[in-house]
Design a protein around this ligand. Sequence first.
Ligand code: NAI
Ligand code: MG
Length: 366
Amino acid sequence: NRKTVAVLPGDGIGPEVLDAALPVIETLGLPVDLEFGDIGWEYWRTEGNPVPDRTWDLIGRSDAVLLGATTSKPRREALAELAPELRASAPQYISPIIQLRQRLDLFANLRPVENYLGGGTPYRFCVVRENTEGLYAGLDWNHVPDEMWPLVADHPNVRRSGRQGATASVRLQTSHGLDRILRFAFETARGHGHERVTLADKPNVLRHSSAYVLERLEAIAADYPEIPFEVLNVDAVALWMARRPERFGVIVAENMFGDILSDLGGGVMGGLGLAPSANIGETGNYFEPVHGSAPAMAGHGRANPAAAFLTIGLLLEHLGFEHEARGVRDAVRHVTRRRDRVTYDLGGGATTTEAAQAVMDACRAV
Ligand code: NAI
Ligand code: MG
């Protein structure tokens, strides 16, 4: 019962951290076949498509997708290197990760947060962000659409600013979108052994839309009687994440609230060098470190591979290799807590490969 993993290294430090961390799969002796695929800016530059058809085929026949990092928005330096006719079409470059999320309908973004650095209270929670609707549904205008004008014309600030000086965005929520993300949150709590589900919303300001979310939450929660749930204001969740992260289990939130809270989670756990993520849909998925391609750092061998290791851990867990996934997490924790053979961002002097080797050694030991 072998599994196939599509590995898409991508741009910048993406290939560096995956090269360093992927050997752990062999170290663990898992029945996993890695198949490498093309993605990113390079393929847009040479083929006009950052996600070539052959990559979609590979994704289609894989059990899971592991992504390094890709360019979401090309840098000025990258644009300057292009032939003029290419440069003119660069605005049409669509971020590969947006393409994956949309085409595979990856509605859930999962960000586990854990105290890998040690010191202070142990904590372990995760942020589940809805990825397809909410305030990022794409209903966003640089003006107020005609249909909406009667609804806003009387707002005192609109009266002072005039029609030219007003914009509008809509927070869209649907029973389909809500039910699947809330169910995912409870499944994650059950699967990862978290004690409760916290909905981060804004019921005292967005009264009606939040009341509907609560209605759906209560309906879904009925299927998970052993898991308590609560609703907190998103700002309070931010405060408590910084002050008492150990009080949380699964935090679930709509797209924008979840976007902000998931980056806060990365900050709580000690930065981009450590934060893993998963994007999950009904049938597809991809796993990636939270960090981007860090072009200024690429080629110097300084990137922290820990986020890539933890991402591989998440992927292994998804494939059902829970024991090995725990082994990878334990190894990263062991190395980061001792601050021995860690990269610059954790206060060490190790290169990407040296830091990865330390994790691999610890993996053999545990
Ligand atoms: P970034 O995450 O690439 O880098 C931000 C900062 O964090 C840099 O100072 C970098 O030195 C540091 N950093 C990142 N990863 C690190 C690691 N593994 N070890 C140590 N330090 C690390 O974000 P930035 O610079 O805003 O974006 C660069 C490119 O990546 C852009 O094209 C952006 O659109 C893209 N991006 C892609 C993402 C993805 O693939 N999901 C996510 C975020 C950005
Ligand atoms: Mg973000």
